[in-house]
Write a protein that binds this ligand. Structure first.
Ligand code: BG6
Length: 517
């Protein structure tokens, strides 16, 4: 990423500094930024946590995380040692004022040593129960007071439902102004997610047809092949709707459906995004079963390996009613999208990891080619592939070589890997760098979080009231419960096949003789 932009002196405080997020994500991302010379010259990390730990043992532990998760692979000793000297440990209870007094003292000492004022970033990498506490103590200790130089970072879950999100936002707002609060949705840090804006608004090509006149329907898929891994305890209280739809899928929906922004100003973009959520047609409580589908995985086979069902995972109740799959059909009541369905689906233990947005265009209004000319007519489709393949595929009709007019669908592909000689940074690198730059464009504002909870409330309530009864209802390694087809079928729509970006075998496929499919 190599950034020449000069960052001002910064103290990066991590609450939960001895925890998993710090080890797995935050320190590797900060280390990678240091390797790209993208950290301020005057920089310190203060890891705060309850356990007793010396600087040396914390650094050794974090070194292990960097070796495992850094984009650059194993850290060279000299590079690690150079970086590690910026890391300090402070033992402290998150619910004791003395912790914050000591922290204030340490920040002040660093500023004195540097001979300059520093930005103070407070990152809550703690269990969510602390999210409502730490801001209060920071506020009381006067550490939130400087509107320009103090910031707080919080990552989901931002509430458990609308009421708890409102009260968490209120706690944050009691000590910090909105411009000081950075709510992370790591999807927004992904290159391909940011590219949605670039693709839509830096090119004049698609915007004129990006509307109800030309778009038949849109699907947003975030499929995971992994199960709940080691997070059964957390997940069993959350479920797919809270864990993925409320945040990541809503962000994708906003980016794909928003109006063009007037400028690249953070609030301008966030205003346009929140407009999308406000336009979502409210789901009537009686209609939840028609526009939402839930599922839970049973045992099955993925990539040739047998995997257990959700109820057999560690930390999960043996009779759990938590959904590991969720799908929705939404409509936006506005001029651009009236009556165009947006289908969202996400699930764990699906056959492959794949996140993509598919824009299915309408068929041509009149087919002037003879019926026999088509070798599998498909209306044009544009796929934005978020991961693991990163790129865009446009499917359209082309004339098959030969004397006869015969048409068959072909794909035009853009792959990040092939087009750019630069690896994509991890989402956290981008986001942490933005926090240091004080750029809130890629972060969620309070009103957006609340709007997302609000629109999902009828589904959350209906699902909490009525037990599913048929769980587990999909095998691991399948594309979710049967009922998910029904969400689209009434309009003759279909979940698309996952697009293939890697060109392997392409030439061969395109040479297939007409009629051979
Ligand atoms: C997290 C969810 O927010 O996103 C996880 O809590 C999920 O359950 C993860 O696995 C997916 O993120 P990514 O970047 O791997 O698609």
């Amino acid at each position: 990423m190599k950034n020449t932009e000069q960052l001002e002196p910064t103290v990066f405080v991590i609450f939960g500094g001895a925890g998993d997020l710090t080890w797995r994500k935050l320190i590797p991302a900060l280390f990678d930024l240091s390797q790209d010379r993208s950290l301020p010259a005057k920089f310190a990390i203060i890891a705060v946590d309850r356990i007793r730990l010396r600087d040396g043992s914390l650094r050794r532990r974090l070194h292990g995380g960097v070796n495992q998760f850094s984009r650059f692979g194993k850290a060279r000793p000299a590079e690690w040692n150079q970086f590690a000297q910026h890391i300090h440990y402070q033992q402290g209870d998150f619910k004791k004022p003395s912790t914050y007094a000591a922290l204030g003292g340490q920040c002040a000492a660093l500023e004195k040593q540097w001979g300059t004022k520093a930005h103070r970033i407070f990152y809550m990498a703690t269990p969510p129960a602390m999210f409502g506490e730490i801001p209060k103590y920071l506020g009381k200790a006067g550490l939130a007071r400087d509107r320009e130089w103090a910031r707080i970072v919080i990552e989901k879950p931002i509430g458990y439902d609308l009421a708890s999100a409102l009260s968490l936002n209120a706690v944050l707002a009691a000590s910090f102004t909105e411009s000081q609060i950075f709510r992370i949705d790591h999807y927004l840090g992904k290159e391909t997610v940011q590219n949605i804006l670039a693709f839509r608004f830096a090119n004049p090509l698609f915007e004129p047809i990006w509307n109800r006149r030309y778009v038949d329907y849109v699907t947003i898929t975030v499929a995971e092949s992994v199960g709940v891994e080691h997070r059964g305890g957390y997940y069993d209280r959350a479920g797919a709707l809270r864990d993925m739809v409320q945040n990541h899928l809503m962000q994708l929906l906003c980016l794909v459906a928003m109006e063009p922004m007037v400028s690249f100003d953070a609030d301008e973009i966030r205003n346009k995004k929140v407009d999308v959520l406000h336009a979502v047609r409210p789901i009537h409580p009686d209609a939840v079963s028609q526009c939402a589908v839930r599922g839970q995985y049973g045992p099955g086979t993925i990539a040739g390996a047998k995997v257990p069902g959700y109820r057999e995972e560690a930390g999960v109740a043996p009779d759990s009613q938590t959904e590991t799959f969720a799908a929705l059909r939404l409509y936006l009541d506005n001029w651009r999208w009236q009556d165009v369905p947006f289908y969202l689906r996400t699930g764990k233990r699906l056959p492959q990891q794949a996140s993509e947005i598919s824009i299915q265009f309408r068929a041509v209004p009149h087919r002037s080619f003879p019926p026999g000319a088509s070798l599998g007519w498909q209306p044009s489709r544009l796929v934005m592939s978020i991961q693991p393949d990163e790129g865009i595929v446009l499917g359209f009709q082309a004339k098959y070589p030969g004397p006869k007019m015969q048409l068959r669908p072909v794909d035009m592909r853009f792959s990040y890997r092939e087009s750019f000689d630069a690896p994509s940074p991890d989402a956290y690198e981008t986001l942490l760098w933005d926090v240091m730059k004080n750029d809130a464009t890629l972060f969620m504002r309070a009103d957006q979080v609340e709007a997302a909870w609000r629109l999902l409330t009828p589904v959350l309530e209906a699902w909490a009231t009525a037990q599913p009864g048929d769980f587990p209802n999909y095998d691991s390694g399948s594309w979710g419960p049967e009922a998910v087809q029904g969400l689209l079928a009434h309009q003759d729509h279909r979940w698309p096949q996952i697009a293939v970006l890697v060109k392997q075998g392409d030439a061969k496929r395109n040479r297939t003789r007409p009629g051979s499919r």
